[in-house]
Design a protein around this ligand. Structure first.
Ligand code: SF4
Ligand code: MG
Length: 320
């Protein structure tokens, strides 16, 4: 079936004083309508850089190559004006800190109404009515009152709801979310996730959510992509990937996560991810992998099928 979002050979390279740094390396995936993809991995694995580059948001020193096809249109070839028009209307983004998305000097009403008028060309009155509907959609109590509030007058959870309402304002076909619940306390986190899932299930929107938290991925995602050192090393249906990981790195991540009811302290994966400016020649995980062979140090593993629609990059799977 047709992909809403298709990313092909996406790479992001930063120029640094120590030479080029590949934050994202040949990432490809397809996302169908009404699906949720969670991108997981340790910090520094390139998850956020990958998500940002989908929207072309990177510092000036970055070079982005590849294709990002949104309903068949390559976002990376758009002019900055065209891209700005696309952002918010066809695809929107929610960040970890809601304050980065909100202007502290304007009320919620002003920011929501402005977004609605700019993108949808609504009259002030129609935009206000729609703003109230949106606040209701994201389950904000007494929406009339909240419209008049300034961001600092709201709790962290309420602010993130407002940001989500703004992101949903134009009914984008794809919502990109970078650790949207990480800054919130656990109960609020669970409520926001449930909200995102409900909103997503009610409409036709697809979601890409970046998280370091496997419980978040398990809660919300249909599919999971596991990133390591800028590459996707395993991707497939959420249950398959998280309950029966094919890649040794995914296995390590799963074992490092606290399981409900588990007594023992989870053990984290020994070692640290490699420097992105000095990647090993073969498998980037080899220095930390308990089952590495000589081939692993010399040859870069290519994606191989690992049951159903799941695939993974590991030499052991090829010989299995
Ligand atoms: Fe480990 Fe080798 Fe597989 Fe890399 S390719 S994850 S080093 S077994
Ligand atoms: Mg990040």
């Amino acid at each position: 079936s047709d992909a809403v979002l298709e990313v092909r050979d996406l790479s992001v390279e930063f120029r640094t004083e120590r030479g080029p740094l590949r934050a994202v390396n040949d990432v490809s995936f397809r996302l169908e309508q009404n699906r949720v993809l969670a991108v997981i991995g340790e910090s520094g694995s390139g998850k956020s850089a990958m998500l940002r580059s989908v929207l072309g948001i990177q510092p000036g020193s970055a070079s982005i190559t590849g294709q990002v096809l949104l309903q068949g249109r390559d976002l990376l070839t758009l002019s900055s004006r065209e891209r700005a028009a696309t952002r918010g209307r066809d695809v929107s983004m929610v960040f970890q800190d809601p304050l980065t998305a909100l202007d502290p000097v304007f009320t919620v009403e002003r920011q929501l109404v402005e977004t609605l008028r700019r993108h949808l060309g609504l009259s002030r009155q129609a935009a206000r009515a729609r703003a109230l509907e949106l606040l209701d959609l994201v389950q904000i109590p007494s929406p009339e009152q909240r419209l008049r509030a300034y961001p600092f007058e709201l709790s962290g959870g309420m602010r993130q709801r407002v940001v989500i309402a703004m992101a949903l304002a134009c009914e984008p076909s794809v919502l990109l979310a970078d650790e949207p619940t990480t800054a919130l306390d656990v109960t609020v986190q669970a409520r926001i996730l449930r909200l995102l899932r409900e909103v997503q299930r009610r409409g036709t929107m697809s979601v890409v959510i970046v998280t370091h938290d496997l419980a978040v991925a398990a809660e919300i995602a249909d599919e999971v992509a596991v990133m390591y050192a800028g590459r996707i090393v395993e991707m497939g249906p959420v249950n398959q990937v998280l309950l029966d990981p094919a890649h040794p790195y995914t296995r390590g991540l799963v074992e490092a996560n606290v399981q409900p009811g588990q007594q023992a302290r989870p053990h984290s994966i020994p070692g640290a991810p490699p420097s992105l400016s000095r990647l090993p020649r073969g498998c980037a995980f080899a220095p930390r992998c308990e089952v590495a062979t000589l081939t692993c140090w010399e040859e870069r593993p290519q994606p191989v099928p690992a049951g159903g629609t799941r695939w993974s990059r590991c030499h052991l799977l090829r010989s299995a």
